[in-house]
Design a protein around this ligand. Structure first.
Ligand code: NAD
Ligand code: GLY
Length: 361
């Protein structure tokens, strides 16, 4: 087992990474110091892993809440269901919430923990690759509003993250590839050696080799933990974690958050960020081709979706611009392993990048 610390003073916490961690009573027991525990999960994950988690907590007063699967569960309505369950069972401020699931369950549970009685402890037990390398670490918690994704939320850190690599065995292939988009992102933004390792080991990851997965999760979490420790609330450097996301979010919005997974849209976004970096003279064509080929080997659909158009891309990207006082910032690559934050890209250049993407059938 590997342990990585997220260094945030008195709110620091460990991330445990390893095989069969859910079968290891000692880890969860060390962090659940309260009598009252609420486990929040969903109907897909519960049949696989809930009993295993429960078996480690037999001496506690444990409530379980099994929510519907899907992004729609990240809502105020489901937040209210969690709070009601806590109140009906007279859970006090010393209770612990456990998120057993992917980013949806993790973001919702984290926000519920931030809200209940002004903040109770919570533990992340991420079960998707995306959650293990990204959403469970760093304390961004939220629910969606009908007018915007993640629009109601808080920065609120867990007390520990338990990433059991064995749970990846049941994850659908598309979800695995979507998580790999975020893994590749860490190599691109700040870890060239890791990117080179990924180039050699991507097929092992696709084939769910547990040792390779553990290493990729570890390197991803080390990178994320360092960035979060430097800039917890994203007033500066944390923005580099959004490489490819301005393009990716525009694609997701054009597809109304249906058909493609977040990581699939981000995969295309990473390639568009690389293309724009090439147009600005940072990257050469061969480097863009290298990035394209690793994304394809990771099983990501690096091609245009027919419902995405130039007009939709530009319109959706304007929303990003409005959110930042009229300036559209891009995270770009100076080289593999070095991200830069750039403002005021010429519209013609941006259109060239989008056109190049749209021409990929
Ligand atoms: P998800 O939580 O919807 O999980 C994906 C699918 O896999 C679901 O159907 C889920 O039930 C299933 N699943 C989960 N674990 C499984 C397992 N081990 N075996 C079989 N099936 C399993 O999606 P996600 O990609 O994990 O997370 C996406 C969410 O994360 C979005 O809401 C996004 O906004 C959020 N997010 C948050 C952050 C953050 O920093 N907080 C970062 C990135 C993404
Ligand atoms: N997923 C981006 C962040 O945590 O900042």
């Amino acid at each position: 087992m590997k342990t990585i610390n997220v260094e945030l003073g008195d709110r620091s916490y460990p991330i445990y990474i390893g095989q069969k961690l859910l079968s290891d009573k000692s880890i969860i027991k060390k962090h659940v110091t309260s009598k009252q525990v609420l486990i929040i999960t969903n109907e897909v994950i519960a049949p696989y892993y809930l009993d295993l988690l429960l078996s480690n907590l037999s001496d506690k007063q444990v409530e379980t809440l099994i929510l519907p699967d899907g992004e729609k569960t990240k809502s105020l309505e489901h937040l209210n269901i969690i709070i009601s369950r806590l109140l009906k069972n007279k859970f006090s401020r010393t209770c612990t919430l456990i998120a057993l699931g992917g980013g949806v369950v993790g973001d919702l549970t984290g926000f519920a923990a931030a809200c209940y009685q002004r903040g109770v402890k919570f533990i992340q037990v991420p079960t998707t690759l995306l959650a293990q390398v990204d959403s469970s670490v760093g304390g961004k918690t939220a629910v969606n509003h009908p007018l915007g994704k993640n629009m109601i939320g808080a920065f609120y850190q867990p007390i520990s993250v338990i990433a059991d690599t064995s749970v990846i065995s049941t994850l659908p292939g598309r979800e695995l590839s979507a998580g790999l988009a975020e893994v590749i992102k860490y190599g691109l933004i700040r870890d060239k050696k890791f990117f080179e390792w990924l180039q050699k080991n991507i097929s092992k990851l696709i084939n769910r080799d547990e040792a390779a997965l553990a290493y990729a999760i570890e390197r991803s979490c080390i990178n994320k933990a360092e960035v979060v420790a430097e800039d917890e609330t994203e007033s500066g450097v944390r923005a580099i974690l959004n490489l490819g996301h301005t393009f990716g979010h525009a694609i997701e919005t054009a597809l109304e958050y249906k058909e493609w997974l977040h990581g699939e849209a981000i995969g295309c976004g990473l390639l568009m960020a690389a293309d724009l970096s090439y147009r600005l003279g940072y990257l050469n064509e061969a480097t863009v081709a290298t990035i394209e080929s690793i994304l394809m080997e990771a099983g990501l659909p690096v091609k245009n979706h027919p419902r995405v158009t130039m007009q939709k891309m530009l319109e959706n990207m304007k929303v990003d611009k409005k959110a930042k006082d009229g300036v559209l910032y891009f995270i770009l690559l100076e080289s593999i392993g070095k991200a830069v934050i750039t403002a005021d890209i010429k519209t013609e250049m941006l259109e060239e990048t989008i056109n190049k993407y749209l021409s990929r059938g």
